[in-house]
Design a protein around this ligand. Sequence first.
Ligand code: TYD
Length: 169
Amino acid sequence: MGQAVLILIKPDGLKKSLTGNILTRLSETKLEIVAAKMVRVSKELAQEHYKHLKDKPFFGEIIKYLQGDFHDRKKVMALVYWGNDAITKCRELAGATNPEEAESTSIRGSYGRITTSGVYENVVHVSSNVPEAEREIKLWFTPDEIIVDLYATKDVVKKELSCKIWADK
Ligand code: TYD
């Protein structure tokens, strides 16, 4: 059955120039990329993304990590992959959460590390199950940014919405 999954290439993955490598590994799955963008991660977005971990002792550190505080890369690459068993396939390629326990040929096993302060810098995020994938995709993307219809949408008219446009247009 078709499934959607959120992938984040985290700031360490970007700093280590692993983007191409990770996308190549993910292409082995034959899944389809249906959305992709670079994101400057606000504290609110990071906290909402990891809200299930808010009581963990490492919560503050992983918020800083996702925001890029440890890698002078204030950005992540966010993608949505779609296809059969997308979550299982991508989580298998990513490997275990703890890079030292991850299969050595997996993305996290190959490129992740545990910092001296104990944070797992594990290069990628992959949604863990179907409801989490839906929650995360709706958090990171608007319907217009995804080229297929994944979830129900509704039309609203937004009045007096201010947004940036190119100065010469
Ligand atoms: P979690 O959602 O449990 O794992 P996953 O990303 O594999 O779904 O954890 C979120 C992130 O928190 C994880 O990618 C790395 C970090 N983390 C630690 O730094 N230390 C820990 O003990 C755990 C469990 C996670």
